[in-house]
Design a protein around this ligand. Structure first.
Ligand code: ADP
Ligand code: XUL
Length: 579
């Protein structure tokens, strides 16, 4: 299976429910994969899908992750995979989680010894100052979020500094809660790792600093200045140097690959890794997802899963309280934008079921027919369909349908329903996609000459942005990549493609492994770059080597259709203003 002198690169994905590890070769082909499922493999931890849930508090047992690391390599060895051929390892982990390590941790990591038992035997409990790590699903830090936002003047101000407004799950608010509610734990903590830097520390056998891109998920890092923000740090600890030390500041910069070290001798002895195998910094799972695709500046990834998530690569630092900006994990002077919508597939399913007249058939035929029906006139209709509270815009659950004057774009009346339910199928997908278009616009470069001059001086407001309408007429992404459950649906993808209007086409792909693959590609490129076998930047490297045949080209964008949606931008803005 492992051809004689091949070189392999491993990518980890430590998610909420499992640890996955993929191996690729230099041609970017997956040659092996192993998974540890927390529920199946570690029933003794009694987690619910990888976490403990106590009301609003949701956390994960750190010891289980250590056991998972040993088990995954044991599975590789058992399969006959030759780990001695692995040149480098990187990977991704669930974002925002924090691991509290004791003063003994660094020494214990450095003295790990395969003859002295497992990682668990040698690190638990001595290396841990706290048994569990907060999980991203935790929502117990409302008070601390207020403290963060009040300290800097509100959500938009915090977003300007840290790339995001305060979030329950973000690490800074979680650390503050622990400092406030568990002062002894905080005092006994020598180092606070992100899940990503924790796994990298274990593999390299010594405490490593945080990785900068993942550190942007903390509400503590000044993204523009690229250093921790003193005021925010001092919320956690009046003595700023203490918290800086605990966070092992400064984080590892992402401008070029930084080799952390060789793999710990523990893994070399126990599983046969070469002692030269390199460990490169791990990052967050969403950040690794963009590394799994040949995304260049101005490309977008549209994930049509249960929720809709947009990831994009941008050079514009245009923060907003309604989305996230992270430093890009592999591309210098670039950021990853992440926009999460709550109302994606489930909202569409409700309209589908209404059209079908039942909730059981789950058949998209009628929905798709309506969506693709050009003769179905909805040029003066706009609607928002939010069965769940929405993040972008930040509003309670609501449905609102309106008619507007196509000349001025102003709303003329609100209606309880349109002419028939087919209009809802078209309007829901159009307004979801249009919402994406206007939110990504400030993050895109100018790519086309404006065609539509109507109303261009009108001011439109979306969230915290207020621009003349013309701002939205010349920015289109280059490529769009569609993933997630609903990306199988041609009618939905084609409508999104029309509205978003990527100038270099629309692709679709299945991505069961994206986070781990991102880790593999990062390991390969980092190793080649570090050893001077390539000088290409990450995006160039991936564009050259990427197995483009794995992507399905769905369609070109339609310039006329994209311009036609210019007319719905004012109505959407006016409608959102009434929510
Ligand atoms: P998750 O985001 O939870 O990982 P998926 O990416 O698998 O989930 O997406 C699940 C959603 O995909 C479902 O809610 C379903 O509505 C949607 N979906 C699956 N197949 C289709 C289809 N053919 N047409 C439209 N939507 C679909
Ligand atoms: C992102 C987030 C989740 C986790 C999932 O902000 O909280 O996507 O990273 O592991």
């Amino acid at each position: 299976m492992t051809g004689s002198q091949e070189s392999y690169y491993l990518g980890f994905d430590l998610s909420t429910q499992q640890l996955k590890c993929l191996a690729i070769n230099k041609e970017l082909k997956i040659v092996h994969s192993e998974t540890v499922d927390f529920k199946r493999d570690f029933p003794q931890y009694k987690t619910t899908k990888g976490v403990y849930i106590r009301g609003d508090v949701i956390d994960c047992p750190v010891a289980m992750w250590l056991e998972a690391i040993d088990l995954i390599f044991a599975k590789f060895s058992k399969s006959g995979f030759d780990l001695s051929l692995v040149k480098a390892i990187s990977g991704s982990c669930q974002q925002h989680g924090s691991v509290y390590l004791s003063g003994a941790a660094d020494g214990l990591l450095k003295s790990l010894n395969a003859k002295k038992g497992s990682l668990f035997d040698q690190l638990v409990p001595e290396a841990l100052a706290r048994e569990t790590a907060p999980n991203w699903q935790d929502h117990s830090t409302g008070k601390q979020c207020e403290e963060f936002q009040n300290a800097v003047g509100g959500p938009q101000e915090l977003a300007k500094i840290t790339g995001s407004r305060a979030h329950f799950r973000f690490t800074g608010t979680q650390i503050l809660k622990i400092a406030e509610e568990e002062p002894e734990v905080y005092a006994n903590t020598k180092a606070i790792a992100l899940v990503s830097s924790f796994v990298a520390s274990v593999l390299s056998g010594s405490l490593t600093a945080l990785e900068e891109a993942d550190a942007c998920g903390m509400n503590l890092y000044d993204v523009a200045k690229r250093e921790f923000d003193d005021k925010l740090l001092s919320l956690i600890d009046k003595d700023k140097t203490t918290i800086e030390k605990k966070l092992l500041a400064p984080p590892i910069k992402c401008d070029k690959p930084v080799r952390l070290s060789s793999i710990s001798s523990y893994f070399a002895e126990k599983y046969g890794f070469s002692p030269d195998c390199s460990i490169f910094p791990f990052t967050g799972d969403n950040l690794a997802t963009i590394c799994s695709l040949p995304l260049k500046k101005n490309d977008v990834l549209v994930s049509l899963g249960t929720s809709t998530t947009i990831l994009l690569v941008t050079e514009q630092y245009h923060p907003s309280a309604d989305y996230h900006l992270f430093i890009h994990p592999t591309m210098p002077n670039s950021y990853m934008g992440m926009i999460c919508y709550c109302n994606g597939s489930l909202a569409r399913e409700k309209i589908r079921d209404e059209l079908n007249g039942n909730e059981t058939s789950r058949d998209w035929t009628l929905f798709n027919e309506a969506l693709s029906d050009d003769s179905l006139a909805n040029e003066d209709e706009i609607g928002v369909y939010f069965p769940l509270g929405e993040i972008v815009p930040s509003v309670e659950a609501t449905y609102k349908r309106a008619k507007f004057d196509p000349k001025s774009g102003e709303i003329t009346k609100f209606v309880d329903s349109f002419e028939d339910k087919k209009h809802d199928a078209k309007n829901i997908v159009e307004s979801q996609a249009l919402s994406c278009r206007v939110r990504i616009s400030p993050l895109l470069s100018s790519t086309v000459s404006p065609a539509n001059t109507k109303n261009q001086d009108l001011t439109v407001k979306f969230d915290y942005d207020e621009f003349p309408l013309s701002e939205y007429f010349h920015k289109r992404p280059n490529k769009a990549f569609f993933v997630g459950g609903a990306s199988k649906n041609n009618a939905i993808v084609k409508k999104f493609a029309q509205v978003i209007g990527a100038t270099q086409g629309n692709y679709r792909l299945e991505t069961p492994n994206s986070c781990a693959l991102g880790g593999c590609y990062k390991a390969l490129w980092s190793d080649l770059f570090y050893s001077k076998q390539t000088t290409l930047h990450y995006d160039q490297f991936l564009n050259e080597r990427f197995p483009w045949d794995d992507l399905e080209y769905v369609c070109d964008s339609d310039d006329g259709a994209w311009n036609a949606y210019n007319n719905k931008i004012v109505p959407l803005s006016r409608l959102e203003a009434t929510l």
